[in-house]
Design a protein. Structure first.
Ligand code: C2E
Ligand code: MG
Ligand code: MG
Ligand code: MG
Length: 292
């Protein structure tokens, strides 16, 4: 009887799987159209220097403006794309768009580093470097070292030797690298030593709880220490409150990003946001005291 049940269940799953596949395929087609019809947009979240309070750069974060009142975040549609070749087209669009925006800001006198998230499959694609060079060549006035590529720590650990070679090739043309969501991927010290990343981005889950959770605090401190040891820069993401900011300054973290500083915003709002930005007075006070 249980066998019978098992077989029925199996058939049911099979049908569901087929339906799932079709639905996924349709969803993928819909996202391809979104790219074609200009429904994808980049939002930008500022990154500030914790010593000076200065805005040093922005991270590009993809959104899908599905209709006038539906704005989808990456989690709502990127997972479907991540295993399809479409991720390469979207990734190149993101790179091109981010460099376009960076150039517009440069023309307004803003020297900012623009960070772009790169999916594993895109980065490991044999044409990645050629695509990157092609996009940079469209803007010869864009200094390559004002572009930072963020790859997940877990992606970098997939195959350290290959990743190291790929990163080194990109760095030869001048672009920077950050290891994103750092602390979630179990890097060993020897791996970290081999990876030529310029920056470590502490995952926001550790930052969020570091004020109440000793383990998370230890992890944040540990990553900041690692960055110092390996002469890398370190960014804390998910900085939501002044208390987060103050503690990170005390721990000598270099940069911070988070809702407490600014939420991701449309490109058109960036220049105005920067011109009206004043670092929180508590942070400034603290920074002054540290300098003395
Ligand atoms: P990520 O690269 O780690 O980006 C940080 C995410 O944390 C963003 O979510 C941002 O909105 C959010 N965040 C920033 N500050 C805070 C904060 O203080 N509190 C909280 N709760 N969240 C904060 P978002 O935009 O939904 O992006 C999620 C992930 O999607 C990104 O994580 C990145 O891995 C991926 N992603 C975003 N844009 C792109 C893209 O253009 N290409 C690729 N391949 N992946 C992207
Ligand atoms: Mg990122
Ligand atoms: Mg992250
Ligand atoms: Mg993340």
């Amino acid at each position: 009887q249980s066998k019978q049940l098992g077989r029925n269940r199996y058939q049911l799953f099979d049908m569901e799987a087929a339906k799932d596949l079709r639905a996924q395929h349709q969803e993928l087609e819909r996202i391809r159209e979104a790219l074609q019809y200009g429904e994808l947009r980049l939002f930008y979240q500022p990154k500030v220097n914790l010593r000076t309070g200065q805005v040093v750069g922005l991270e590009a974060l993809i959104r899908w403006q599905k209709d006038a009142d539906t704005l989808l975040g990456p989690q709502d549609f990127l997972p479907i794309v991540e295993h399809s070749p479409l991720i390469v087209d979207i990734g190149e669009w993101v790179l091109r768009q981010a460099i376009d925006h960076a150039m517009q800001w440069r023309e307004q006198g803003l020297d900012l580093i623009v960070s772009v998230n790169i999916a594993a499959r895109h980065f490991q694609h044999p044409d990645f470097l050629a695509g990157l060079q092609r996009v940079l060549a469209e803007h010869p006035e864009m200094p390559p070292d004002r572009l930072e590529l963020e790859i997940l720590e877990s992606t970098a650990l997939d195959d350290v030797l290959t990743m190291r070679a790929l990163m080194a090739e990109c760095q030869r043309i001048g672009v920077r690298f950050a290891l994103d969501d750092f602390g979630t991927g179990y890097s060993s010290l020897s791996y970290l030593k081999q990876l030529p990343a310029d920056t470590l981005k502490i995952d926001r889950s550790f930052v969020r709880d570091m004020l109440d959770d000793q383990d998370d605090l230890a992890l944040v401190e540990g990553v900041i220490g690692l960055a110092a040891t390996f002469r890398k820069q370190v960014v804390a993401e998910g900085v939501e409150t002044p208390e987060h900011g103050l503690l990170l300054m005390q721990l000598e973290c270099d940069y911070a990003q988070g809702f407490g500083i600014a939420r991701p915003m449309p490109a058109e709002q960036v220049a105005e946001w920067i011109s009206s930005y004043r670092p929180d007075w508590k942070w400034t006070l603290f920074a002054d005291r540290r300098c003395r």
